[in-house]
Ligand binder design. Structure first.
Ligand SMILES: *Cc1c(COP(=O)(O)O)cnc(C)c1O
Length: 521
């Protein structure tokens, strides 16, 4: 049981330890067991007479035993899920500084538009003549994405950033095959600082991954890329702005070098939110880039909904884009689903056309912001990150002080040396302060990394409170208040978990407890 003896209290204001409660609940924070533990299989929450079934047409597939579901009433079921939802922390609850993930506010207008019947209630197998408006919306979103990135083709169907990486790299692979170079171009260059999905994507479709070393200043140098280039190189996968939150200063030279060597430039566009309206990746020489609509264009993610990872493509790769794509003929829009027109398409990456609801939300975000608003959102995101960096850098160490930050501020753990406090401990103490921790230990090139991305959503007051809270914790760590960190979180419904064991040995299935009589045998 959690009790908060030993909880640090403000000086001169020592509180008595909190009593343990009979229920185990803490004030209105109600503990919640599993449905199977709350309910019983031999009772039912509804009162319907048994139905007399006709002939069984299941051909031997009928269930043989009881299904084992518990019977609960509507209020019991309701409370269960509402209590669980209250244990969740989200962007609607508070600042969510998870670097690289871009947890920005999801405007409610997006939700309203996504629920319009013409978008929410359509079926992907409906005749296309009856969903012209929905296809027009996809076409409009595609146009915005091409304008913002300075490219001339986009495939909307991938369902996440990583899925977009796969689609983009498969287009690159198809282009290489079409040139008859499949046997030689088998290497993909990936910088050390890359997100794990980059090398995983390349490896998944049969490329060999070679690592580009990270420079001491957190950027990728063109000379390091050139040293690895040769007739075997299919592509480079480079993130820009990179995972250290720095705009790659030599990105144009790197693009030219890979093109000169006959390879393609895949850009990981997860950090596009830092440069929308400021720079167009097409102008920088990219051949393919995924855009996480759920990061850059405010569609909900985490527990909030499915992602969408459209991929913009250069002219060189456009013919190899997957199906389906939209074509306009005789004033009508057509979603081309079969080969023919798109003979070089490498195939498809999803059953239908992608995440319609997310397309609606992203376009709503774009239209409601306008081009000036989107540019300002990028500028504000960068300003917020630099404000945090400036507010903390006298206490917490910045690994790459020579480069300004883009949309996220990166700290390492050099400042925690000899305090006995680790990055993990610091993050757990943030939970006690009511903050979701920042991204930890990523990027891997930075020791004990703490990657903070406040986004443009936060007010100055909110940023100030966050900075003051972290300053307070940082000073306590330096003063040697290790207990506060080593045992954090104190106030969360669950204390520190054995995360390694949870990851290595997850118990995903509930098994009923032995009935007392049987257990006694
Ligand atoms: C988020 C992210 C990805 C993966 O995107 P998902 O939508 O989570 O699949 C890839 N690269 C970087 C740098 C990211 O931040």
């Amino acid at each position: 049981m959690l009790n908060n003896q030993g909880r640090p209290t403000a000086a001169g204001n020592a509180e008595p330890a909190a009593p343990e409660t009979f229920t185990g609940n803490k004030a209105l924070q109600v503990e919640e067991a599993l449905l199977f533990e709350i309910g019983r299989v031999d009772v039912t929450g509804v009162d319907i007479e048994d139905v007399e079934l006709g002939a069984n047409r299941l051909g031997g597939l009928a269930r043989k035993g009881d299904i084992g579901l518990v019977g609960l009433s509507e209020p019991e079921t309701m409370r269960h899920y509402v209590r669980l939802s209250q244990k969740n922390y989200g962007i609607d609850t508070g600042l969510f500084p998870l670097g690289s993930c871009t947890m920005k506010h999801n405007p409610r207008l997006n939700e309203k538009m996504a629920r319009l019947a013409g978008f929410a209630d359509v079926h992907p197998l409906q005749p296309q003549s009856s969903v012209q408006g929905a296809i027009a919306l996809m076409q409009e979103l595609a146009r915005y994405l091409m304008v913002l990135t300075g490219t001339r083709a986009v495939t909307l169907s991938p369902k996440a950033g990583a899925h977009g990486e796969l689609a983009g790299m498969m287009a690159i692979k198809a282009a290489i095959e079409a040139k008859g170079e499949a046997a030689t171009r088998k290497t993909v260059l990936v910088p050390e600082s890359a997100h794990g999905t980059n090398p995983a994507t390349a490896a998944l479709i049969g490329f060999e991954v070679k690592t580009v070393p990270a420079q001491k200043d957190g950027t990728v140098h063109v000379e390091d890329v050139k040293a690895l280039l040769g007739p075997d190189v299919a592509a480079i996968m480079l993130t820009n702005p990179n995972t250290c939150g720095i705009f790659e200063p030599q990105v144009v030279e790197i693009a030219a070098a890979i093109h000169d060597a006959g390879g393609y430039f895949y850009c990981d566009g997860a950090n596009f939110n830092a440069i929308v309206g400021k720079a167009r990746p097409g102008d920088l020489g990219i051949d393919a880039m995924h855009i996480n609509l759920h990061k850059t264009f405010s569609t909900p993610h985490g527990g909030g909904g499915p992602g969408a990872g459209p991929v913009v493509l250069s002219d060189r790769l456009a013919p190899f884009a997957p199906l389906p794509f939209i074509r306009e003929a005789d004033g009508k829009l057509e979603l081309v689903e079969a080969k023919g027109e798109g003979d070089q398409a490498f195939g498809r990456v999803t059953a239908f056309h992608g995440q319609m609801g997310m397309f609606v939300r992203a376009l709503t975000y774009m239209l409601s912001h306008g081009s000036d608003g989107m540019k300002q959102a990028s500028e504000d995101a960068v300003l917020s990150a630099n404000y945090i960096r400036a507010g903390l850098s006298d206490l917490m160490s910045v690994p790459f002080p020579d480069h300004p930050s883009m949309h996220e501020a990166l700290f390492d753990d050099a400042w925690l040396k000899d305090t006995g406090v680790t990055t993990l401990d610091f993050a757990k103490a943030m939970i006690d302060e009511g903050y979701h921790p920042m991204t930890m230990y990523f990027p891997l090139v930075v020791h004990g990394a703490m990657l903070i991305e406040p986004t443009e959503s936060e007010s100055r007051a909110s940023l100030d409170l966050f900075i003051m809270s972290l300053r307070d914790l940082a000073m306590r760590a330096k003063r040697g208040e290790t207990e506060r960190f080593a045992n954090a979180p104190f106030h969360a419904p669950r204390r520190r978990l054995d995360e390694t064991r949870a990851a290595r040995n997850p118990i995903l299935k509930w098994t009923p407890r032995e009935p007392v009589a049987k257990a006694a045998e």
